[in-house]
Design a binder for this molecule. Structure first.
Ligand code: FES
Length: 154
């Protein structure tokens, strides 16, 4: 899944230069670089023949795209009703303290981005955190911090 070593040109060459491939290209670039830089956006638009304004409209519409650099690992703590009631806010506070950032921010070393979300569809398992694509049901502060330590050491 991690394609860090691929250059933007390599990613672009995988798709035909047609407008319908815009989202696929943006997804691949997001997945490799954790954000879509202005340079990447220009290259993609040139390739698929879509105006920049239209591509930015798409990138800002979908939450999965980021126009700001994001951390290598994305930690999302659910603060939907069920998770909120079962201790989600405390998990967020401890993660903020551990990482030295506020929710919505990225660590300076670009290793972690911490976010809160409004229900990840697993309310029966509240509180829930999602680290990259991995779900942590009934997450405790201890469990999450341990995982952050593990990822920090990689
Ligand atoms: S409220 Fe957290 S998973 Fe639904």
């Amino acid at each position: 899944m991690n394609k860090e070593k691929e250059t933007i040109d390599d990613i672009i060459e995988k798709y035909p230069g047609r407008p319908e491939y815009l989202i696929f290209l943006l997804q691949d670039i997001q997945s490799s670089y954790h954000f879509i830089s202005p340079e990447a956006m220009n290259l993609v638009c040139d390739h698929v023949g879509v105006p920049l304004t239209q591509a930015y409209a798409v990138a800002t519409f979908y939450q999965s795209f980021s126009l700001e650099p994001k951390g290598e690992h994305e930690i999302r703590v659910c603060l939907g009703t069920a998770c909120h009631l079962k201790g989600g806010p405390r998990v967020v506070e401890e993660a903020e303290r551990k990482l030295g950032i506020k929710s919505g921010q990225t660590t300076k070393d670009l290793k972690f981005t911490l976010e809160t979300v409004n229900c990840v569809g697993a309310c029966a398992l509240a509180p829930v955190a999602v680290v990259d694509e991995e779900y942590f049901p009934n997450v405790t502060t201890r469990k999450l911090l341990k995982n952050i330590d593990k990822l920090s050491a990689e």
